[in-house]
Design a binder for this molecule. Structure first.
Ligand SMILES: Cc1cc2nc3c(=O)[nH]c(=O)nc-3n(C[C@H](O)[C@H](O)[C@H](O)COP(=O)(O)O)c2cc1C
Length: 402
């Protein structure tokens, strides 16, 4: 068996048990056709293995299955493909894979199902970080109902007999306790949702744009219809806003000559600012060219502006500043709606902060009313790529529970 992960055999291995695609997702039978369920099972497995490939903390991945097609895809994606001996007994299949890891010198096993649509490398890192520094222990991530087990990290891999099935979360915690170990419970956001039931399916669809939208900076030449752009702007205007004063304003730029004029004028300001900084002229020119190409090359550009005309007005600076902040926050909410709506329409978009650095230039080129303050420029188009893979800090680092 060979591995495409090119990492040492020691360390933590992921274990992904995969049912034959034809038997997977039976609880979605009322929602999806048999073919759609098979395609879903395959695409989820591919997603899982692709995410695991990006986890530098993992030594390798083993896929255990009785299905030829599953094993073929596993090998194609660089995982170790282990033929299941047990024929349809999940717990035995997992124990077989954990035994394999032990036999090749792996120090820990992370069991993950192949149907976690929101799985991200950050989630895997979060689980691995929770492992006891002695190198021995159990980390569990339950499903969103706190009943099933969606991730089980065991160090060493054969620490206990896995007990997947109804209420497996509780069963695994109890099994750990019986060994005198406190299981570390982590609720990693990309792991708690597995796609089993029609409710999971609905939730996933509702949340997909939040997790899967990425900034897209390259577009095809395809034009975007005025109606499509109007839908995006309408979505933007349904954002919440302070006192519901809706301080957002939008300039939609699709005319080639206007995009060029804007890109040129903004580039000129960027050049003169960077020359004042004393930067290298070749570097400046490269940056100016990049900015120009980004703005002029997008099929549409939306400049989001803020007007404080309808906000409350205070005589003291402190409260006036608060009101201004609330207007800025409201415009940011609107732009986020716009980005999510673009994603939902299959469009790519990217927020550029450049107008904040040259509001006078933007106002002049676009002939803005005097109270419209440029805040952001959103480039928009049919994506030419998926955008850069993005990372997020763990919610544990960012959250305090009191
Ligand atoms: C206020 C703000 C300003 C940004 N400015 C720029 C920018 O000038 N150029 C750019 O390429 N991306 C810009 N971005 C996009 C971020 O780089 C991007 O959101 C971040 O890297 C996370 O990637 P993701 O959007 O793909 O999840 C900006 C985003 C925000 C919210």
């Amino acid at each position: 068996m060979s591995s495409g992960f090119d990492r040492p055999y020691a360390g933590t291995w992921a274990v992904v048990p995969v049912k034959p695609f034809g038997q997977a997702k039976s609880r979605l039978a009322k929602t999806l056709s048999a073919t759609a369920r098979m395609e879903l099972a395959e695409s989820l497995m591919r997603h899982t293995l692709q995410v695991l490939r990006t986890c530098s903390e993992l030594a390798n991945v083993v896929v255990v299955s009785q299905d030829d097609r599953v094993l073929e895809i596993a090998s194609e994606l660089g995982a170790v493909a282990l033929r299941e001996r047990s024929q349809s007994n999940l717990n035995r299949a997992i124990m077989q894979a954990l035994g394999y890891i032990t036999s090749v010198g792996g120090k820990a096993g992370l069991v993950l199902p192949s149907d976690l649509p929101n799985l991200h490398q950050t989630d895997v890192a979060e689980l691995l970080n929770c492992m006891d520094h002695t190198g021995s222990g159990i980390v569990i991530c339950p499903d969103r109902h706190e009943q099933g087990t969606n991730a089980l990290l065991l160090s060493p891999p054969d620490l206990l007999n896995v007990a997947y099935g109804p209420q497996s979360f509780e069963a695994h915690v109890r099994a750990a306790n019986a060994l005198g170990i406190d299981a570390h419970v982590v609720r990693a956001p990309g792991i708690v949702l597995d796609l089993d039931t029609p409710d999971d399916w609905k939730l996933w669809h509702a949340q997909q744009p939040l997790f899967e939208r990425r900034s897209v900076r390259r577009y095809s030449n395809a034009l975007i219809s005025r109606t499509a752009i109007e839908r995006l702007v309408a979505a933007a205007t349904w954002a919440p806003s302070a006192h519901n004063r809706q301080p957002w304003r939008f300039v939609v730029v699709t005319k080639e000559s206007s995009k060029l004029e804007l890109a040129q004028a903004m580039g000129d300001r960027l050049r003169s600012d960077r020359m004042t900084d004393g930067d290298d002229s070749a570097v400046i020119e490269a940056d100016v060219a990049r900015s120009h190409a980004r703005i002029s090359g997008a099929p549409a550009v939306i400049v989001a502006c803020m007007s404080t005309a309808d906000m409350d007005h205070y005589l003291d600076d402190r409260r006036a500043r608060v009101e201004e902040t609330m207007a800025t926050q409201s415009v940011a909410m609107a732009v986020q709606n716009l980005l999510l709506a673009a994603y939902s329409e299959g469009l790519g978009a990217c927020w550029m902060c450049a107008p904040l650095f040259c509001p006078d230039v933007v106002s002049q080129v676009l002939r803005l009313p005097s109270d419209w303050q440029p805040q952001a420029l959103v480039t928009l188009g049919v994506p030419a790529n998926d955008g850069k893979p993005a990372n997020r800090k763990s919610i544990q680092m960012l959250t305090r529970w009191i």
